[in-house]
Design a protein around this ligand. Structure first.
Ligand code: BGC
Length: 455
């Protein structure tokens, strides 16, 4: 019998426990969204106070992404050896320290130091939160629970836009950065009260503790069977990360890396980081209208992530992924075309296209990349494999963020968006050919699937 059967009619206390667990871990996602979103508004004031030219402005924005990249590369073995819980507590401490350093910075050097530390924490939390939730969830609702993290990312971005807006009149950039201490403390304290995931405990030989946690989560006494299943699957694995390069697991590695790169190469963060600028290019010269439209984009992002959470465990990952990417390609193609029209005619086309684009991202590539990498890797290597995919995600993010303004200058908006549309078509072909359906399967079934397929 699979875990799916045993958890279909969960007793209320255990479902409540898992929902609380997902919400606490998703604070990592909230900080990810907040800390990447907050810079757009804060930058306006840092620019004046520290006399920053364009290169330095780019560097202040980019330092978080660089920190995230290094955080993701270096933390995989920590997540596997010390467990997901300790890793998330460590990230929470870094989030708090980074926010305090930035809020009290007396010179631009301290801004760089603080933002790097925050970036490092984002790099760790960006995959450890979905990993922890995935390993603690029953398969029937795993899509929705893991996507709580993506929902938190989108809420974090929206709150950051709101905080920027609220503190703009007083030029309160210190508050903009400093407020991140609150979710940082909640994440750290919340994780202190939660147990590590049962799979992470078993991986580290703590079977008795895992049994207790499974009892609490499943609301029934099927933990023995579950523990045995996890242990059997563990026995099939060698704890060497080079296993990921062998024929059995290479396809899994490629799915993670491919989705990581395409999630960024379709250009999502040109919209998240530069939306007001795009609206201004598109003909809305008033800054306040451009900012309002940006808040609208943030709200659509949140709303359609909720749609994803409702649908992921019903219709499955693959259909949502395909439909979403098709929608994004259409929106990008029309947006590019819109820039060929006179400024007076293209404003509404731009708003419509960006809304459609963000909505489609929010129910497809946004949540599904993070969900999929939390599901498809073997337990022993899960932390390391996720850290590799996450590293590709942050490097692609950095590449697009830096090249976007250069692309616009070199080939104009139209071709820039058409290039993103072409990359979207490549993402569609890749997803159709390579991405497996994981709906309703236990992590152990998914894992055995790679070995059976390669056998
Ligand atoms: C991506 C981020 C992006 C966010 C937007 C996440 O899944 O990894 O790069 O900013 O979605 O909602």
């Amino acid at each position: 019998m699979s875990e799916a059967d045993s958890t279909s009619d969960e007793a209320a206390p255990s479902s409540r426990f898992i929902v609380v667990l997902a919400i606490i871990a998703a604070l990592g996602g909230l900080l990810f969204g907040y800390d990447t979103g907050v810079i757009s508004g804060a930058l306006l004031f840092l620019r004046g106070q520290f006399h920053l030219g364009p290169t330095m402005q780019g560097a202040v924005t980019g330092i978080v992404l660089a920190g995230a990249l290094i955080g993701a590369i270096t933390s995989g073995p920590v997540a596997d050896h010390l467990g997901r819980r300790v890793t998330l507590i460590f990230a929470a401490i870094l989030f708090i320290v980074g926010a305090v350093i930035t809020a009290f910075a007396l010179s631009i050097v301290w801004i760089f130091v603080g933002r790097f530390v925050v970036g490092y924490a984002i790099g760790i939390a960006s995959y450890t939160s979905p990993l922890f939730i995935s390993e603690s969830s029953p398969p029937k609702v795993r899509g929705a629970l893991v996507s709580t993290n993506q929902l938190a990312i989108t809420i974090g971005i929206l709150v950051a836009y709101g905080v920027d807006f609220a503190f703009a009149p007083s030029e309160g950039w210190r508050w903009m950065f400093g407020l991140a201490v609150i979710p940082g403390v909640l994440l750290g304290v919340g994780m202190l009260f939660l147990p590590d995931s049962p799979r992470s405990l078993i991986n580290r030989g703590k079977v008795a503790e895992a049994r207790e946690v499974l009892k609490r989560m499943q609301g029934r006494t099927e933990e023995e069977q579950k523990i045995e299943e996890i242990q059997q699957t563990l026995a099939m694995e060698k704890p060497d990360w080079r296993e990921l390069l062998r024929p059995n697991l290479r396809p899994a590695l490629m799915v993670g890396i491919g989705l990581a790169v395409f999630q960024q190469f379709v250009g999502i963060n040109t919209v998240i980081y530069y939306a007001p600028t795009i609206f201004q290019y598109a003909g809305f010269s008033s800054a306040s209208v451009a900012i309002l439209a940006t808040v609208g984009v943030g709200a659509v992002n949140v709303l359609f992530t909720i749609v994803a959470m409702i649908l992921l465990d019903r219709v499955g990952r693959r259909p949502l992924l395909m439909v979403g990417i098709v929608g994004m390609v259409i929106a990008l193609a029309v947006l590019g075309y819109g820039f060929l029209l006179p400024a007076s005619e293209r404003g509404w086309i731009a708003i419509g296209c960006l809304m459609l684009y963000v909505a489609c991202f929010a129910f497809s590539l946004g949540p599904i990349f993070w969900l999929m990498i939390a599901e498809i890797y073997p337990l022993r290597l899960r932390g390391r494999a996720m850290s590799i995919a996450t590293t590709f995600n942050w490097s692609s993010n950095l590449l697009v963020a830096f090249t976007f303004p250069l692309m616009i200058a070199a080939v104009h908006e139209t071709f820039t968006f058409w290039i993103f549309a072409a990359l979207g078509i490549a993402a569609l072909v890749f997803s159709y050919a390579r991405v497996p359906e994981t709906k309703g399967r236990t992590l152990e079934e998914i894992e055995r699937g790679w070995f059976l397929r390669g056998a």
